[in-house]
Design a protein around this ligand. Structure first.
Ligand SMILES: [Mg+2]
Length: 335
């Protein structure tokens, strides 16, 4: 989330030079952009699982299962308009707790709520950042989610005074990425979309919406803990990725800078040309690799690693970690 500070200042301060127009307003998403909702909720449930074990004698398996079930149910349906937030959440705890502890639903709910707002809080540096930005720009918050649940966060975190306008989709006919919610925000702050920047963590709501509304710029906060070495838009661009032997020589810090453009310089460093060269110059290596790949006595990883030693194969970064850890994992309606 450090990117908020750097990019918001960089882009906003460049103003007319970058966009050919003056930037007047910066809009932020709330969940997982300004506050760590997903991580905070997980921490609160972990802590509550400890309490269920130490204070109420649950085994670690049952305590974890209880809090996991609650979190899953809460994320998929954080509010029920037929009742209050408190009674809805107490009900969800009743559903999640084991039979002999169901009577504790309200006590557990209160403990969870306390823990939640201990961990889901706006970092002081972001508060300072918003106050500083507000000296130069109009600052808005555009958040998707049920009205009660989102306003509870705004009020409990005491962040209302940091913004010139706050829009919660639950109060409106639209939610991000519908451009109307962005237009409404601009109207409230008396700015044109092309004088505005949108910052958020969800490509499909914050970024696509900001672009659909013709904002001057959009900034994506990426929470991926493991990032690919290269990003391409079409599979055809694979032709221009440097050949694996060149990749090995690039330090991890330089990989992104090296990027696709260097592969396009016409030096033949493409995956396919590398493959062809290895076929022309090392048919034997190719045969060795082929045999290893078809060896049924080895696991895929063993075959891959052995084949890699023989020739010029490079494992592409796995997305596994990022998928499981990403704040973008979408079992929540908040965005
Ligand atoms: Mg978000």
């Amino acid at each position: 989330m450090e990117i908020i500070k750097k990019e918001a200042y960089n882009l906003a301060n460049k103003g007319s030079r970058t966009f050919g127009k003056q930037i007047k307003a910066i809009f932020f998403d709330l969940d997982n952009t300004l506050i760590p909702t997903r991580r905070g909720d997980e921490k609160a449930c972990q802590k509550l699982s400890d309490i269920l074990q130490t204070k109420y004698g649950l085994t670690s398996e049952i305590a974890d299962e209880t809090t996991t079930n609650f979190l899953q149910a809460f994320r998929s349906c954080p509010d029920n308009t037929q009742t209050t937030l408190d009674s809805w959440r107490s009900y969800l705890w009743t559903q999640s707790l084991p039979q002999n502890l169901k009577y504790l639903n309200e006590t557990i709910y209160k403990q969870w709520l306390q823990l939640r707002y201990k961990y889901v809080t706006i970092p002081t540096e972001y508060e300072v950042l918003l106050r500083n930005l507000r000296k130069q720009y109009r600052i808005g918050l555009i958040t998707n989610g049920p009205s009660n649940a989102q306003w509870e966060k705004v009020n409990k975190l005491n962040i209302r005074s940091l913004f010139d306008c706050i829009l919660v989709s639950g109060d409106l006919p639209w939610e991000k990425p519908n451009p109307n919610i962005f237009y409404m925000a601009c109207n409230l702050l008396n700015v044109h979309p092309n004088e505005s920047i949108m910052i958020g963590d969800k490509m499909e709501t914050d970024i696509q919406g900001g672009k659909a509304a013709n904002f001057a710029a959009t900034i994506h906060i990426s929470h991926m803990s493991s990032k690919p070495d290269y990003l391409i838009e079409k599979l055809g661009q694979l032709l221009y990725v440097p050949k694996p032997s060149s990749i090995e020589e690039i330090s991890s810090n330089d990989k992104r800078r090296h990027s696709l453009s260097s592969g396009m310089s016409g030096n033949g460093n493409s995956c396919l040309s590398g493959y062809n060269n290895s076929q022309n110059n090392g048919g034997q290596q190719h045969a060795q690799r082929r045999n290893l790949y078809h060896s049924k006595s080895l696991t895929f990883d063993q075959r891959f690693n052995k084949a890699r030693k023989v020739g010029d194969i490079k494992r592409v970064s796995s997305f596994q970690d990022s998928d499981s850890n990403s704040e973008n994992s979408s079992d929540s309606i908040y965005s």
